[in-house]
Design a binder for this molecule. Structure first.
Ligand code: DX5
Ligand code: ZN
Length: 237
């Protein structure tokens, strides 16, 4: 019998922090099994990196593949759209069972409208900032539509890159804006996240950690548990 996994609607957190493994680093020939292993070990859901070969050079996968994963595993899926014209794919992502969609501020001249479309489709809406993108005033003007801000700590497009330390300051600034809004806005960090930098990220205000390589390379169960330990240790200092 396959191990039991949380229902899609559950948001599993570890001391208030959600670990979202990035499936980009998974073995796609064994994706269902690996996703279930991550969820059973304590991950709060899965992060799906959708790339179109235009906003970023690589091409990954889209709603059709994601749908097979939600149907096979029941995972709560957060889709990170590294694509141009994301508005063309919102409804199909909702039909694929995706629960949260994040679009890049750099890819969206009509960001306010796109965030509204995501929410109208019944999903959480997020905006991502590339490493060189400042904490823009744009955030303040879209706050009422935001469920999360994603601070990229590597340049989007590839897994396995080194964490860019300037992201810490950005996490802090975004967390301050989110707190001042008095809305429940998650601060997500993506890229080069490992148990070693979790403490600093959480201390600066991150409450959602995306990690690909550090979860899927090697022993998934042990890797997720190392994150859980690092999160609890970070929270207790
Ligand atoms: C990069 C993606 C990330 C990536 C993270 O464009 O957005 O989600 O998979 O991979 P690691 O954790 O290996 O840096
Ligand atoms: Zn991502």
């Amino acid at each position: 019998m396959p191990p039991s996994v949380p229902a899609t609607s559950d948001r599993v957190t570890i001391a208030g922090v959600t670990l979202l493994p990035s499936m980009l680093a998974a073995d796609f020939a064994r994706i269902g099994e690996q996703v279930r292993a991550g969820l059973t070990a304590g991950a709060g859901g899965m992060h799906a990196d959708v790339m179109d070969g235009r906003f970023v050079p690589p091409i990954t996968y889209g709603p059709k593949v994601i749908r097979t994963i939600t149907e096979a595993t029941g995972a709560w899926i957060d889709a990170h759209l590294m694509i141009v014209e994301p508005e063309r794919h919102i409804d199909e992502l909702a039909r694929a069972g995706v629960k949260a969609v994040t679009v890049h501020v750099e890819a969206c001249p009509h960001l306010h409208r796109v965030l509204g479309m995501i929410r109208d489709a019944g999903m959480e809406a997020g905006v991502a900032l590339n490493p060189a993108t400042p904490v823009t005033e744009t955030l303040r003007y879209t706050l009422s539509l935001l469920d999360r801000v994603l601070v990229m700590s590597v340049n989007p497009g590839w897994g396995g890159q080194a964490f860019i330390p300037e992201a810490l300051d950005k996490v802090h600034k975004v967390a301050q804006i989110a707190r001042a809004s008095e809305r429940d806005i998650h601060i997500q960090v993506d890229g080069g996240v490992t148990p070693e930098n979790v403490g600093a990220l959480v201390a600066h205000g991150a409450d959602e950690l995306v990690a690909g390589t550090a979860v899927f390379k090697g022993d998934i169960d042990a890797n997720v548990k190392a994150f859980a330990e690092a999160i609890r240790a970070g929270k207790s200092v």
